[in-house]
Design a protein around this ligand. Structure first.
Ligand SMILES: Nc1ncnc2c1ncn2[C@@H]1O[C@H](COP(=O)(O)OP(=O)(O)OP(=O)(O)O)[C@@H](O)[C@H]1O
Ligand SMILES: [Mg+2]
Length: 499
């Protein structure tokens, strides 16, 4: 049967060829006759061909947005009996433990049945040309330009059933599956075949807000802000603003900016899109990537100061040259390739997706920028309304240290706490450095043997407990002692004037 469908598709193609030839007939054919015959060809074609096609292209209009129906069909294809296909694809995805996911390879065809109707699916590497049968392009432009598509063929009499029941049922199954298997994802962008693309892995940030050592009041303020945002759909629509929020996290290296992004993703249960501007060729690609991000997500640009150097210089030069404000159209970043002219993302391009026309596409999105040098950023980027909240993450002080000690050593108090707190106030030590000192050290076998001798004879569970407590205390003493020495050294070095 599939063969005869192909024949019909071929027949349509032949008829289309006749039509094309006819339309190019020499001038001596009467204009009117040419017109009538070339309009009759498609009618005849449609009359004789009992089959219709639906093309489901991979990308929607302007190739900006992925066509979700394509993804839905791809998922559905792994559940259809793939008996008709002679070549399949097998993948081991992150989510499927030991079972490979089997799917249709390109140019392969399978049959499916729905409510008594028989349909045929084919994955085409490039969308087939109009081969004569009626083609309905879903979410699409001219099918010829699509990089990949699914072609669904069915008998004309099933048109209603296919369009109003079969395809919606595929979408519904896909949505249920997504909801069931929903895991937080971390996306990053790169170029595939010259096109910017997101790829993703499951994301389970190791640190939550509980692990984040910082001023308690500030932490509560951030959590309240995020909660208000998450609950704020009605508010944002009432005031007519896009449902999005911008955070700038700034502070020296190792103060917890990246850790906080993970904590935010964990708290909100959002996906994270880590946007690498160096892998983007220009504003159009930036928009394309932005449109492919999903709602309920955090879009991150880390170390914006590091990629902002050229912008700052240009802006300063611009100001110096014309004695006033520069404009937003200078180059934010140039990718280091030879064709440098093509590889540009501008500040205005970036601002456009944050709060320009494009920001209205999608909702419930958080933008997070991080920087070590807030003073070097372009004021346009951080003006209020764009960055709703500027959060400083700073050096480790007494309060943050106690939180780290609780996390790493599971202790609330120690005789060295007071002295270490004072030393931290006098030195600029980052939470990363403190956390590093508090990592558990391994005890030597001799030490363990000595303790085992001491607690020998105790029942097993009591001995285990004693051993654990000894290890903790030993670790705490040792770690805090070493931290105190490090801090003392740092204090002396900062007090010694440079020669
Ligand atoms: N405030 C903090 N609370 C808890 N742990 C922290 C904190 N800051 C840093 N750390 C620890 O230090 C490590 C490095 O921190 P992180 O990568 O978040 O720093 P950063 O501010 O993003 O640095 P950079 O500016 O270099 O990107 C983390 O994995 C974490 O273990
Ligand atoms: Mg970081």
């Amino acid at each position: 049967m599939a063969l005869s469908v192909e024949k019909w598709v071929g027949f349509g193609s032949a008829m289309a060829g006749v039509g094309l030839l006819w339309s190019r007939m020499p001038e001596h054919f009467h204009e009117e006759a040419r017109y009538i015959i070339s309009s009759l060809v498609p009618m005849a074609m449609s009359y004789f061909n009992p089959y219709e096609q639906v093309i489901v292209p991979e990308y929607g209009d302007e190739r900006f947005r992925r066509n979700k129906l394509f993804d839905a069909v791809s998922t559905y294809m792994s559940s259809v009996r793939l008996e008709g296909a002679s070549r399949l694809k097998a993948e081991l995805s992150y989510s499927s433990k030991d079972d490979p996911v089997i799917s249709l390879d390109e140019n392969q065809e399978v049959a499916d049945s729905f409510d008594g109707a028989r349909v045929w699916w084919r994955l085409c590497p490039k969308a087939s040309k109009n081969r004569g049968s009626t083609i309905i392009t879903l979410h699409g432009r001219d099918a010829d330009e699509e990089p990949r598509c699914y072609r669904l063929v069915f008998h004309k009499r099933h048109r209603q059933l296919v369009l109003s029941k079969y395809l919606p049922s595929i979408i519904q199954q896909w949505r249920v599956l997504i909801a069931e298997n929903k895991k937080r994802q971390l996306f990053t962008n790169h170029i595939v075949n010259g096109r910017p693309t997101w790829s993703n892995v499951p994301y389970n940030p190791s640190a939550t807000f509980d692990h984040l050592a910082m001023d308690h009041a500030k932490k509560v303020e951030i959590i309240n802000d995020l909660t208000a945002f998450k609950m704020g759909q009605d508010y944002y629509s009432k005031v007519g603003k896009a449902w999005k929020r911008g955070y700038l996290l700034y502070g020296p290296p190792g103060t917890g900016k990246s850790t906080m992004i993970g904590a935010m993703a964990d708290f909100l249960d959002y996906d994270v899109y880590d946007l690498d501007l160096t892998s983007i060729n220009g504003n159009a690609d930036l928009r394309k990537l932005f449109l492919e991000t999903t709602d309920k997500s955090i879009i991150v640009i880390e170390d914006i100061d590091a990629i902002d150097v050229e912008l700052s210089t240009k802006r300063k030069e611009g100001k110096a040259a014309n004695g006033g404000e520069g404009n937003d159209n200078h180059v934010l970043i140039k990718v280091c390739d030879k064709e440098i002219g093509k590889s540009k993302v501008t500040l205005s391009g970036l601002l456009n997706i944050m709060d320009g026309l494009w920001s209205a596409c999608g909702s419930e999105r958080i933008f997070v920028f991080t920087t070590n040098h807030v003073d070097q950023l372009d004021p346009a980027l951080i003006r209020s309304g764009r960055m709703d909240k500027l959060i400083e993450l700073s050096y480790c002080r007494s309060e943050a240290f106690k939180m780290l000690a609780k996390t790493y050593l599971e202790i609330d108090d120690h005789s060295l706490f007071g002295e270490i707190g004072r030393l931290l106030d006098e030195t600029n030590t980052t939470p990363a450095e403190v956390a590093d000192s508090l990592m558990l050290r391994r005890e030597s076998n001799d030490e363990i043997g000595r303790v085992l001798d001491e607690i020998g004879g105790a029942p097993a569970d009591v001995a285990d407990n004693l051993m654990l407590r000894w290890k903790r205390k030993r670790a705490a003493d040792e770690c805090l002692e070493s931290l105190r020495e490090t801090l003392k050294k740092a204090k002396m070095e900062s007090a010694t004037p440079p020669i």
